[in-house]
Ligand binder design. Structure first.
Ligand code: GBH
Length: 446
């Protein structure tokens, strides 16, 4: 069965997503300050292939060509992120006008091409100066974030009507301060939980600041949610899955949509729990216009740890392909959390793509997108209010700790020449979006 736009509601938004550090490059240009990822990339052993974001996809200079590509896909919208260190090189105080100008041009470029901008304010590129003061483990960073959010809203608010505050606070806290895989690369659970709390407070304060600055904007947050399943019906496996769900999903969903941290996990964290000040939970739980869901895979847990189902397919990241998890997750968000309207803000897969002549054949990625879109359509049929879907990602890009060794793009990037080559999956996505099976995408560029 092939999926078509008719499987989705009338005003359903289809788009593509990227993030600033992963594509822009130009890290020292036009007054941008250093971010924690610039620092992290220079620490030996942090990035698999020893690379960094200095050039990335050179999107800072090629943005017009990239917007042309998005338009030629037939997309309705583009989800991008704003680099805080371009706006405030020191993370506080003085604004860098050339940084704001870049996003101003970018947004105008989207509107000229009929693309609706979906901005994300924080996709992990924290100004290094703020990290020097403790980063997200320092409560002051939350206030600085709200200040920055207001600056962006004041400048872009006449043209950008959708803002996500944070992308995946689990990654900016647990993965960054406890697991140590992302910048700043610490291994300290207490700091990680402080960071998570301050990220959520910063989100709440940013929402308040932006509501104050903007009339009709839609404000939300993006979470990486990973439904967890027990490896068997044994009570200890069921308990392990519930615990994993608690640390990964409920630790963020419960404060945002119920105004409380989950009791079982709070107790399990013992002395590492964050200091919660009066009013924090009300601030975090401010009503939102949407929740962005980034979905890649599920988790399967047993009492002995996580399990890899042997008969499943896996991507180049080693993540299980499990579309049913997306349906289950979306239905659960409606039933357990009475969540606001949902957007799939990221979904996609890495495969070891190769350029053969002018083509990249990526049938597995097409199957991945197709099966996950079918999973979204299924949730819609269950009555879940899903408003849009953004494929991750427009371009192959800097995949964090994996450097350039993992390719998530609909469009292949030859990093030596910066040539963009639409993969078969891009042509497939264009077919879905335009309803024309054999569309003509922009030719590969030089
Ligand atoms: C997203 O994060 C990011 O927003 C984006 O920038 C990135 O390029 C993209 O995904 C692809 O990676 O069960 O311990 O293996 C993904 C967040 C969090 C998804 C961890 C996979 C697996 C956790 N990831 N998760 S584990």
């Amino acid at each position: 069965m092939t999926i078509t736009r008719k499987d989705f509601p009338d005003r359903f938004v289809f788009g593509v997503a990227t993030s600033s550090f992963q594509i822009e490059g130009a890290t020292r240009e036009d007054g941008r300050g250093p971010s924690i990822w610039d620092t992290f990339c220079r620490e030996p052993g942090r990035i698999l292939d020893g690379t960094n974001g200095d050039a990335a996809c050179d999107h800072y200079h090629r943005w017009a060509e990239d917007l042309d590509l998005i338009q030629s896909l037939g997309a309705d919208a583009y989800r991008f992120s704003i680099a805080w260190p371009r706006i405030q090189p020191e993370g506080r105080g003085a604004v860098n006008p050339r940084g704001l100008d870049f996003y101003d041009r970018l947004v105008d470029g989207m509107l000229e091409r009929g693309l609706k901008p979906y901005a994300t304010l924080y996709h992990w590129d924290l100004p290094q100066t703020l990290q020097d003061a403790g980063g997200w483990a320092n409560r002051d960073t939350a206030h600085r974030f709200a200040e920055y959010a207001r600056l962006v809203a004041e400048r872009l608010g006449d043209r950008v009507t959708s803002y996500a505050t944070l992308n995946e606070p689990w990654c900016s806290s647990i993965l960054s301060y406890q697991i140590g895989e992302h910048a700043p690369g610490l291994r300290n659970r207490k700091l990680a939980l402080a960071a998570a709390h301050h990220l959520l407070v910063g989100h709440g304060e940013a929402v308040a600041a932006m509501r104050d600055a903007l009339r009709d904007a839609e404000l939300g947050i993006v979470l990486n949610l990973q439904p967890t399943y027990p490896a068997s019906e044994k009570p200890e496996d069921v308990a392990a899955a519930h615990h994993a769900d608690g640390t990964f999903n409920r630790w963020f969903l419960d404060p945002l949509f119920r105004g409380e941290y989950p009791q079982d996990i709070w107790e399990a964290y013992g002395a590492d729990v964050p200091e919660v000040q009066p009013g924090d939970l009300a601030c975090i739980a401010r009503p939102l216009d949407f929740l962005g869901v980034n979905y890649y895979s599920r988790g399967v847990n047993s009492a002995n740890g996580s399990v890899r189902p042997p008969d499943s397919a896996y991507t180049h990241m080693g993540w299980e392909v499990y579309p049913q998890g997306l349906t289950d997750l979306l239905v659960r968000l409606k039933e357990d959390y009475a969540a606001p309207p949902l957007f799939i803000t990221e979904n996609g897969a890495a495969y070891p793509d190769e350029l053969t002549g002018d083509r990249v054949h990526d049938p597995e990625r097409i199957r991945y997108f197709e099966s996950h879109l079918e999973a979204v359509a299924q949730a819609v049929r269950h009555g879940v209010d899903v408003r849009g879907y953004f494929a991750w990602s427009l371009l192959d890009n800097f995949e964090w700790a994996w450097g350039y060794s993992r390719r998530f793009g609909l469009v292949y990037v030859d990093y030596a020449s910066q040539r963009r080559v639409p993969k078969d999956s891009a042509l497939w996505y264009q077919g879905l979006l335009t309803g024309q099976p054999e569309g003509v995408l922009l030719p590969a560029t030089d």
